[in-house]
Structures are given as structure tokens and as C-alpha cells.
Design a protein around this ligand. Sequence first.
Ligand SMILES: [Zn+2]
Length: 286
Amino acid sequence: MKHFLCASICAAFTFGSSLSVAQDQIIDSHAHLLPPGMERALNPNVDASVIELRRQMKEAGVTKAGIFAMVQKADPNAMRSYNDFILKTAAESDDFFAVPSVHPLDGEIAVEEVKRVAAMGAKALKLHPFYQGFKIDDPRVNAVVKAAGEAGIPVIFDSISASDGGATGKFVDLAIANPEAKIVLAHMAGYRFSEMILFAVFAKGPFYNNNVYFDLSATAQMYANSPRTDELLWTIREIGIDQFLFASDFPVFDLKPARDAIESYDFTPDELQKLMHDNAVNVFGL
Ligand SMILES: [Zn+2]
């Protein structure tokens, strides 16, 4: 109890300036926007629209958000127009940064799109093995990660791979095969977050470039005030706080509860500053 009290009360006084920086500038690294007319496709109860995202950002004190596309296979025109919508929305405001998407199984079309969106200001690329329907170890996924690495943009994978028990090892293989590419595992593998300790072990060796990062969307909320709260915090610290990002996964999760969940953990003010802001600036080059 003493420790808990000190974490909240001492932090407010002793580290007031550090906390206020974190609270003034908060970056949500994971928010989906859907094209006009399709806003309810991800959550039937919440519009994945600019208006609703802005409303939630204000409510949660979030000052910048990565806005995601997610595209289907074999429809290059739809892919480009969705990505253009994301790029245009981000270009019009400092409140957003663009995270377009490709479908890895589109092969050369996907690789060309990576180069196109990177040249147009994309800050990352979003891929979703389950939603988009591809295997993580498909060589065409490696080709997209390689292209993104060469173009200087991180690749954000959804990492809750419920139907792929070997997903963690496949992400390790991708990271080692592409040491210059940055890979972000959204949701920190969800209920398998403890497997991510593997990256702390690999980071001790010479062949892994510590190029995997994690966003805490969904997972931090799922395990807040749970029997695994301390284990999650311990795992994050073993891997290193510099690898972690605050994120909501809007519109599936709301921004304010996502922030409240993070703040319910026993992070220090310095850790919060990195988690809520500085790491996103470094990873995405904001
Ligand atoms: Zn998502």
C-alpha cells in the first residue's frame, strides 16, 4: 500500500513536471478509420470516423493518433483509394499520422504500394494476418517487410494470432531476416503476451537488432487489475520500456478507458513519458 500511495501521491508532487509533459502530449499509435459510408464496419456501435476519433481524443487528452487503413486482397483500386483517404486526412492535420495498408498476397502490387505511400508521407504500414487472411511466414510477407524497411517505415502487425500457435517464432524470424526494418506487434500478442519475453532473450545476442516494438492496445485493458497485472508489467520491463507504445485500437476500444487502463499500472513518470509519447516519436519518426 505504501508503494501504491507513493506512486500516485509522490509522483504528483515530486515528478509533477514530467507527468504534465506526458499528459500534455499523448500519442495513440493505433486507431482505425474507415472510408465514408463504411464507418460501422469494424464496430457496429461506434463510427470509425474522423469526427468520432477527434471527440474521443479530446475526451482522453490524446493529442495525436496514428490512423490505420486495412485493405482486402486483389482490389488495387480500392487499396489505393483507401490509402489516399488516410494519407489526405493525415496531411490535413497535425493531429494524425498516416498508417496505410497493403495486402501481402498481392505480391508486386503490394511492394509498389509500400513505396508509393512511403513517398507520400506514410509513417507506418498496417498488416493483419487474421483479418486479411495471410500466413506470417509467407515469403510475400517478408517481401513487404523488406520493402517497408528500405522505405524507412515500420510495419505494424496485429499479433493476436489465435489460429497460429507458432506466430511468435515467425515474428522472430521476420525481425531477424529484416534487421533494418522496424516491426510493431500490436496488442503485444494479447493473451500470449508472456511469450514476448523471447525478444528480451534474443536482444542479448548479436543476431537480433532489437527491432521489434509492441503496442499495448486491448492487452493493457484486458489485464488491468487482474491476476496477471504484475506479470505484464514485469514482462514489459524485462523487454525494455523503450519498445512499448500506448494505443487504443479505436473504434474497437475507446480512447479514454485505454488511457485509464495504462495509468492503473504502476509505471513510473519516466516510463509513462516514453510509453505515452516519446517512443512513438522515435519509432515512427514523428
Ligand atoms: Zn486494430
